[in-house]
Design a protein around this ligand. Structure first.
Ligand SMILES: Nc1ncnc2c1ncn2[C@@H]1O[C@H](COP(=O)(O)OP(=O)(O)OP(=O)(O)O)[C@@H](O)[C@H]1O
Ligand SMILES: [Mg+2]
Length: 112
């Protein structure tokens, strides 16, 4: 299994959520984050005379999915979240070694 973490623009949440639910995704988290990327939070070339690094409001989606769903999930997120302007966000993918359902205690172990 893999964890897909997507940093997106807040106004894109509904579009991304609908695309993922329609694609069969059955669980996800969203949290508010503040961050910066390569432009260090600059949205204009000059912002006064002082150089500042700004944290911008973004949303972080987290989904744990089967390995064979990762490509589709990434494509859906890009299609829904992209504007083509700088600051559209990033997607991070990492391995998940196990998932436990608390109600039943069952391990949902997948081959890595
Ligand atoms: N290396 C990183 N590690 C963790 N979070 C990051 C990293 N880079 C970007 N982010 C997060 O993603 C958000 C959006 O990044 P952003 O879209 O600006 O990436 P970028 O690589 O600078 O691409 P672009 O050139 O399109 O702006 C940042 O505000 C931050 O929350
Ligand atoms: Mg950027």
């Amino acid at each position: 299994m893999k964890k897909v973490e997507a940093i997106i623009r807040p106004f894109k949440l509904d579009e991304v959520k609908i695309a993922l639910v329609n694609a069969g995704i059955v669980g996800m988290n969203v949290s508010e984050v503040r961050g910066f990327g390569r432009q260090q939070g600059q949205t204009e070339r000059y912002r006064g005379s002082e150089y500042t690094i700004e944290f911008l409001q973004k949303l972080k989606l987290e989904l744990v999915v089967e390995d064979n769903q990762v490509e589709m999930v990434v494509e859906k997120i890009i299609a829904a979240a992209r504007t083509g302007e700088i600051g559209d966000g990033r997607i991070f993918i990492s391995p998940v070694s196990n998932v436990v359902r608390i109600r039943t205690g069952e391990n949902i172990i997948e081959a890595m």
